[in-house]
Design a protein around this ligand. Structure first.
Ligand SMILES: [Zn+2]
Length: 727
């Protein structure tokens, strides 16, 4: 770095010297050539350098004057002598122009060298660029919608050493050893720059890389966009402080504030926070741009916007009179570009994201404009503005959506790309003219912090299983297990169930590691072992928080299993996941890890196992007669009716695989008094299964075969994920 700075200084000096010298050199060269052609000999004249330049300047001045006073075409000059003198002067002008042009070129060269950092800076931070929020007003308004400030200067760009990170990346086969060594050499010790470089090159590995980075420094990795953020935690740290230090508070629990930080090892920052805010911080690691996006959204509150709304109302009254007239597009443009309207609209979109709204409605009536958010399917009133604001508001939205700002009598629609530091939010916009003016609706596509939670009806449950789930979750208490290996979609299923039962009347609390979905109206806690915020501690405190429903991310130990059972027995509905191959094994596992059978038997209400299979591509699906051997092995077949299976032929949409997307297969075991009795007696799982099958329990493979007949997946996929029972 030192040598690089030295080099930079030398280049600056050299270029400046050249810039100053060049005109002198050229002037001298031209002057001397002038003098050679002149009648007077020059060899004896010892004119100082400055004298020559002055003469040259005088000559240039005269040339310029001569050019101005040049005779009009047709006008004749008096004598040849004047003409000759003029010719000589114009030759001088050309030379002077060359001098000026060359000087300008050199200056441009110098400027260019230092304006393009990528050409010189070996450690350009690709992720630190592009933090500008589109549509941000030039006026500074940090409290509303200006993008989070990410320090860019060399002294602020973080240099964090973490040599273990590259080693771990190699050990985990994310890098070949040579690439690891190359990166270490390229970023000489700045492992954080190497991390960011890797994320830029392989964005799909971002979470894996973030986790490796954290593992290497012994802390937790969190994607703040995936984490449930407590508004009261956000209020503990002012926005400016969060921006400057690239941190964002996530939640406070047990006297400690969990904060996502770019550099969780920053002891000075830890001390500063403790002294300044009287808070014990617990840092987790997050990427800078995700922190920036989270700051922009999490710090957006309705109170912030109220202030601008007042400003808007005052502004609106001034233009109210004009608005009645037919305003020209130019006037509308001016309205749409006022600072307060820009602040308000940007803030409105951020607030909608913060509150996880799916739509924003701008509705005029006779005297006012009502703004409502649709949250969880219900419209909620947010602001009432003066009617006079409508014109600016709708004009601003039209401008952002690329609509015709002057057209106010016809419906229009368009799209707004709302840019944050890392993400672009897609917003669909439409207007309709109503009796009281234009009504606008903004639909925030993928607006929620993350992927949407599917509805329970979109999960491809078979009808019988869906009906059973719906009746089981009506139970006031009991444990409902979902089992399956990692990546079998257990969390998605659980959240679709939570979404189904989530109503304002019940208190739902979750403890997860990591939190994968955000659902508004429920309380989600992320495990953070570095502050002893583990499953057991969270669960114990949950029981004092009067929950109706508790979701336990995963049950791994006897403590959390026992708490789950006890919670179920004391009037709570508990959802939990477990790694077992089939539903019934969850019973065994509970007993194996040490929960007494007499606790397990009464607390369990249902067990569901699931596996993911690939879905047949709807674009190239075809039917074919089912092979007889497969039918004989798997179905009770009368041998008469023709049975067809489906498969994908392969097309460009599915890249020739015949599959597009996935769906889950399920088996659901609902406990009854007979099975409970056997479990309480610690009977073998085979006996329990026998009773279950008699009372209608259908194994996973049965659901798979039904889905083959429905044309959702192939028999090969079902064979792949379910073991074949041969009797
Ligand atoms: Zn296809």
């Amino acid at each position: 770095m030192q040598s690089y700075l030295m080099f930079k200084k030398q280049v600056v000096f050299l270029c400046l010297a050249l810039t100053l010298m060049a005109p002198l050199q050229f002037a001298q060269a031209i002057k001397s050539s002038d003098e050679q052609t002149a009648t007077r000999p020059t060899a004896t004249q010892e004119t100082p350098e400055t004298q020559r330049i002055l003469e040259q300047q005088r000559a240039a001045k005269q040339a310029a004057l001569a050019a101005i006073e040049a005779p009009l075409p047709g006008a004749r000059t008096e004598d040849a002598a004047t003409q000759a003198a003029e010719q000589k002067q114009s030759g001088g002008v050309a030379k002077n122009i060359i001098v000026i042009l060359l000087s300008v070129l050199i200056i441009i060269g110098v400027v260019l060298i230092f304006r393009i950092p990528g050409t010189i800076l070996p450690e350009a931070f690709p992720l630190m660029r592009n933090t500008q929020l589109r549509g941000t007003p030039s006026r500074a308004s940090p409290a509303i919608n200006s993008p989070p400030v990410i320090p860019k200067t060399e002294s602020n760009a973080l240099r964090i050493g973490n040599p273990r990170f590259l080693e771990l990346a190699v050990e985990n086969h994310l890098l070949v050893p040579q690439d690891g060594a190359d990166l270490a050499e390229r970023f000489h010790g700045n492992d954080f720059a190497a991390l960011l470089q890797l994320v830029t090159e392989r964005p799909h590995l971002k979470d894996t890389l973030g986790k490796l980075w954290s593992d290497a420094i012994g802390c937790t990795y969190v994607n703040p966009e995936m984490t449930a953020i407590q508004p009261e935690a956000v209020r503990q740290i002012p926005r400016e402080f969060a921006e400057t230090n690239q941190i964002v508070p996530l939640y406070s629990f047990g006297g400690s504030l969990t904060i996502a930080a770019v550099n969780p090892q920053d002891k000075a920052l830890e001390t500063l926070i403790t002294n300044k805010f009287n808070i014990i911080p617990s840092f987790v690691f997050a990427f800078p741009e995700e922190i920036a996006d989270t700051i922009a959204i999490a710090y957006q509150s309705a109170e912030n916007l109220e202030g601008i709304a007042t400003e808007l109302n005052a502004e609106g009254k001034k233009i109210a009179a004009d608005a009645r007239k037919n305003l020209a597009a130019q006037d509308l443009n001016q309205l749409a570009n006022s600072n307060s309207i820009i602040d308000f609209v940007n803030g409105l979109i951020l607030l909608a994201m913060n509150e996880m709204a799916s739509d924003i409605h701008v509705e005029p009536d006779e005297l006012s404009v009502r703004i409502r958010f649709r949250i969880d399917g219900i419209l909620q009133e947010k602001f009432i503005l003066d009617k006079s604001v409508l014109l600016s508001l709708v004009s601003r939205l039209k401008l952002m959506a690329g609509c015709n700002i002057a057209e106010r009598r016809l419906p229009q629609d368009g799209r707004i790309k709302f840019a944050l530091a890392r993400r672009k939010i897609d917003v669909r916009f439409s207007t309709v003219p109503t009796l009281y003016g234009e009504k606008a609706v903004l639909r925030l596509l993928g607006s929620t912090f993350l992927r949407g939670i599917p509805n329970i009806t979109d999960m491809d449950f078979s009808v019988t299983i869906l009906d059973s789930i719906k009746s089981v979750v009506k139970a006031p208490n009991g444990v409902f297990f979902i089992t399956g290996p990692t990546g079998s979609g257990k969390t998605t299923t659980l959240y679709s169930i939570l979404k189904y039962i989530n109503t304002p009347g019940i208190n739902i609390m979750t403890v997860e590691d990591p939190v994968e979905y955000r659902l508004s109206g429920i309380n989600q806690v992320q495990v953070n072992t570095s502050i002893d915020l583990d499953f057991v501690n969270v669960l114990r405190s949950f029981l004092r928080q009067d929950p109706n429903v508790i979701l336990i991310g995963e049950i791994r130990d006897v403590e959390s299993a026992r708490i789950a059972s006890q919670a179920a027995l004391t009037g709570h509905l508990v959802f939990a996941t477990m790694h077992t191959n089939n539903a019934l094994q969850a019973v065994n596992r509970m007993i194996d890890i040490g929960v007494e059978p007499f606790l397990v038997a009464p607390s369990l209400i249902a067990l569901m196992a699931q596996r993911l299979v690939r879905r047949i591509c709807p674009n190239c699906i075809e039917k074919y007669p089912a092979p007889q051997s497969v039918l004989d092995d798997n179905f009770e077949w009368d041998g008469v009716v023709e049975v067809y299976f489906s498969r994908g032929k392969g097309c460009p949409r599915c890249h020739g695989t015949g599959y597009l997307g996935r769906l889950a297969l399920h088996e659901l075991f609902i406990l009854n008094s007979a099975t409970r009795e056997k479990i309480a007696q610690n009977a073998s799982i085979l006996i329990v299964e026998e009773i279950a099958l008699k009372s209608g329990f259908k194994p996973l493979r049965y659901d798979g075969l039904k889905k083959v007949l429905r044309g959702l997946t192939t028999i090969e996929e079902v064979d792949r994920v379910t073991y074949h029972d041969v009797e």
